[in-house]
Design a protein around this ligand. Sequence first.
Ligand code: T5A
Length: 210
Amino acid sequence: MAGKFITLEGGEGVGKTTNIQFIKEYLQQHKIPVVVTREPGGTPIAEILREILLARHEETISGHTELLLMFAARSQHLSEVIWPHLIDGTWVLCDRFTDATYAYQGGGRKIDIDEISCLENLVQGDFRPDLTLLLDAPVEVGLTRAEARNELDRFESEKLEFFQSVREIYLTRARQNPGRIKVIQADQALEQVQQQIIEQLEQIVDDNGQ
Ligand code: T5A
């Protein structure tokens, strides 16, 4: 791939959406062509799947249905948006990707990690992000920020233990993939969070010869 694939991860309300715009501007200042996208979603069809996934329904969505819809949306997103841009040399900044599936469906819903890994290989082959910024904050901090902002969606309505498991899996994955996943302390003032992000971006931008 000629472009780089950067993902932002973390629990609810840790600041992914806020900081993705900052990262976009940083890369543009370095003359790097970049698109911003998100998961679940990122294409018209994947956004329809997002609506199903986030809305609160009378009918319960089973863990496997949720998992398969996440990967269905991802498959569409990869073929329609992510891969074409990366092949063209455009960098792709994505608000959540497969680490979220390990954290939410694996940690939160307790789905077997091997099942997730199997779908990851089916949908992505050996494609993985070049860099993942994991915004980490105590669960209560993110939830308070999210609650202050909008009506809670299907995931945000889960119990505290769910989000604690999500956070644990994220941090475990960061320990297992130290080269790719960089932990950003997100419970600090925005300027301090962005300073940490710049330190990580400097490296990938330098490696790219920009
Ligand atoms: N999901 C997703 C899965 O279960 N499996 C998967 O495979 C995938 C891909 C998607 C949901 O889908 C689930 C996980 C999610 O529940 P989403 O909308 O993408 O939903 O994710 P959310 O985490 O819900 O997104 P939010 O927009 O709520 O959180 P963000 O983007 O992390 O936070 P942000 O930037 O909107 O900030 C929240 C508030 O905090 C303030 C902001 O101004 C904003 O008001 N803020 C700060 N305040 C003080 N100090 C700071 N440092 C701050 N940073 C931000």
